[in-house]
Design a protein around this ligand. Structure first.
Ligand SMILES: [Zn+2]
Length: 385
């Protein structure tokens, strides 16, 4: 196991009615908050009113940025920075899933940056300071509630880029599984696929860290155990609770400690959602089995066979390729149970942009679990059609 620093400082309030602590939390971080959220769902399910009530108790004044897109846009980040500066906000309160939280993170850093925020999206070293971020999670998926990553899209350049910086990690996250009861079946399924992908991005590494890999397998088994339950019974508390907690631990750094990790499938997917604005988890669910089939070879077969045995319960046999392929088939069958699309054609995506998309993500894949060239990536896109 390589040397590492363990530093995952987000304070988590997990469970039913934990919003009742928000006034105390707000009191610790400031008197003027920028509330960042997406559509109107938080007004329909009562979360918005609960937040305003808590803000009133702590005498925190609230300004708002609403309408954050599923793939948060640079323009929205700029709008948020302007509102935060005018109101002299001292804390950002993000309510929603990865979209709202990622947008809040970029605003938090942007308030202290003179210039185009896109500068620090493509070069995180330009981030020097950020407002504290509090998140109230309403969907189990991206893990943004406990990680230091923010993914922002630039419609002008058709780019979607993830930046990483310790200052972007939320100080506090409130995770109430009942808030995810109203998440649609489609979003629940794609959220589960996203969580599983985050786990696998760390699991498939050039080196092993035994304990972390056991954690990873447990997280995948948790998603398998509860993903379909949450899909079929939206108000199943244990299913929602386990998925919510799994979403955070999939990507809060624990799994990558002690081993070199360079993600493989996310860079390929980010191009899809940048160009076609598709749901991130759906893109991952389509691409992942094809990526697995493409990189399965003599040097990777052992890891894929281990995953198949330990996570999917595939029976061992002498032919490790057979075991590995059976695991990939189980993954496909699981996504099928979640009624996720299985081909890019189903999303009306054709070959038109494959070449340009592959060229854009190729640099990120040079150090991946299996290094992929532009030609390799195009082949994976084509296999996913
Ligand atoms: Zn993701």
């Amino acid at each position: 196991m390589q040397n590492f620093i363990y530093d995952i400082p987000t304070k988590v309030y997990f469970g039913k009615d934990q919003i009742q602590h928000l006034h105390t939390i707000l009191g610790e971080y400031g008197k003027k908050a920028l509330l960042v959220y997406g559509g109107g769902s938080i007004k329909r399910n009562g979360i918005y009113d609960a937040i305003l009530k808590e803000a009133e108790v702590s005498a925190t004044s609230i300004v708002e940025l609403s309408g954050v897109e599923a793939n948060p846009q640079l323009g929205t980040v700029k709008r948020g920075i302007k509102i935060a500066r005018e109101a002299q906000a001292d804390v950002i309160l993000a309510v929603g899933g990865g979209s709202s939280i990622d947008c809040a993170k970029a605003i938090a850093a942007g308030v202290y940056y003179d210039g185009n925020p896109w500068d620090f999206v493509i070069d995180e070293s330009k981030i020097t300071k950020a407002l504290p971020i509090i998140s109230v999670l309403t969907i189990a998926a991206t893990g943004s509630e406990m990680d230091h990553i923010s993914v922002i899209s630039n419609i002008e350049t058709q780019e979607k880029i993830g930046m990483r910086h310790p200052l972007l990690r939320p100080k506090v996250s409130i995770m109430d599984p009942t808030y995810t009861f109203s998440v649609s079946k489609y979003q629940s399924a794609s959220g589960t696929a996203d969580i599983m992908s985050h786990v696998m991005e760390s699991y498939f590494s050039k080196e092993e860290a035994y304990l972390q890999d056991q954690f990873a397998e447990s997280l995948l088994k948790t998603c398998i155990e509860f993903g379909v339950t949450a899909y079929n019974k939206p108000d199943h508390y244990e299913a929602r609770a386990n998925l919510m907690w799994a979403s955070s631990w999939a990507i809060n750094d624990l799994l990558k400690l002690g081993k070199p990790v360079a993600w493989s499938v996310h860079p390929i997917e980010h191009q899809l959602s940048a160009v076609y604005d598709i749901t991130h988890g759906v893109g991952l669910a389509i691409l992942t089995p094809h990526w697995m089939e493409y990189v399965l070879n003599d040097s990777t077969v052992e890891k894929f066979a281990t995953l198949a045995r330990n996570v999917w319960g595939v029976e061992d046999c002498e032919d490790q390729f057979k075991v590995a392929r059976a695991g990939i088939e189980r993954l496909k069958a699981f996504y099928h149970q979640l009624e996720l699309p299985t081909t890019l054609s189903q999303l009306d995506i054709d070959e038109t942009h494959f070449e340009a998309m592959a060229a854009k993500c190729e640099p990120a894949l040079k150090d991946a679990y299996v290094a992929l060239s532009k030609e390799d990536i195009i082949k994976i896109y084509k296999a996913s059609l």
